[in-house]
Write a protein that binds this ligand. Structure first.
Ligand SMILES: CC(C)(COP(=O)(O)OP(=O)(O)OC[C@H]1O[C@@H](n2cnc3c(N)ncnc32)[C@H](O)[C@@H]1OP(=O)(O)O)[C@@H](O)C(=O)NCCC(=O)NCCS
Length: 196
């Protein structure tokens, strides 16, 4: 199998390629089909947020390229749904200053997915470290499903310095519990134990 190639795409290319990226998301996460139009609309909107950057791994063939993994993020800001919900909860649980130290100048990783056929080959780690490299923000934050045993995603995040800011957090509107995780930038060297 030819090795997938990594490239950065801008917001417009991201929006044009959303159906292919959603295919990777579906293969990786198996979400309920009813959620897909909403997810598509959210991802489309995210592409216009400040500091938006996206990287995609593609399998290239004579007739074109198929995405097999992607990541994107943007600069967190007041008025964004995720930012405001997490800021409120973190302030309530740990105080305003604590929330501000994590969210006051934060890069938000919104989605990271690798197609199951390509998992376990280092693509996810490269996507994450590439997106976070050279960011000027103080921190990087994200949310991830809370499961027992711990998910591969959570293990990946821990390995580069993320730790839990909120555990067992249920976002408004229902759904499963999430962990909100954060790391100081620059990320810890790959495979270094997370520093607290
Ligand atoms: C999480 C995900 C993006 C990781 O991508 P990947 O390409 O498979 O991961 P990598 O091969 O780069 O591995 C990076 C690290 O992830 C963790 N990891 C990967 N696969 C794992 C597994 N099967 N079990 C436990 N940990 C695993 C390990 O910490 C690994 O580091 P190591 O190889 O040094 O042990 C991918 O598994 C995925 O898409 N999962 C489903 C969707 C998802 O959960 N997305 C994240 C949403 S927040």
């Amino acid at each position: 199998m030819r090795e997938p190639v990594l490239r950065e795409i801008d917001g417009r290319a991201f929006q044009r390629g959303l159906n292919g990226l959603l295919g990777v998301y579906v293969a990786a996460m198996s979400p309920p089909e009813a959620q897909l139009p909403g997810r598509l609309a959210i991802m489309h909107r995210h592409a216009s947020y400040p500091g938006f950057r996206a990287f995609v791994y593609e399998r290239r063939r004579a007739f074109g390229a198929t995405p097999v993994g992607f990541i994107y993020g943007f600069h967190g800001a007041v008025g964004q749904w995720w930012h405001d919900v997490v800021n409120r909860e973190l302030s309530t649980r740990a105080g305003y200053e604590h929330a501000r130290s994590w969210l006051g100048d934060a890069y938000e990783v919104a989605e990271l997915h690798v197609h199951p056929d390509y998992q376990g080959r280092g693509l996810g780690r490269t996507l994450l470290t590439t997106l976070c490299a050279e960011r000027g923000e103080r921190t990087v934050v994200l949310s991830t499903l809370e499961r027992h045993p711990e998910t591969p995603a959570k293990q990946l995040y821990r390995s580069v310095g993320f730790h839990d800011l909120l555990s067992a957090f249920e976002f408004p509107g229902g759904g499963p519990p999430y962990a909100v995780m954060g790391a100081r930038l620059p990320l810890a060297r790959v495979n270094e134990p997370a520093s607290r």
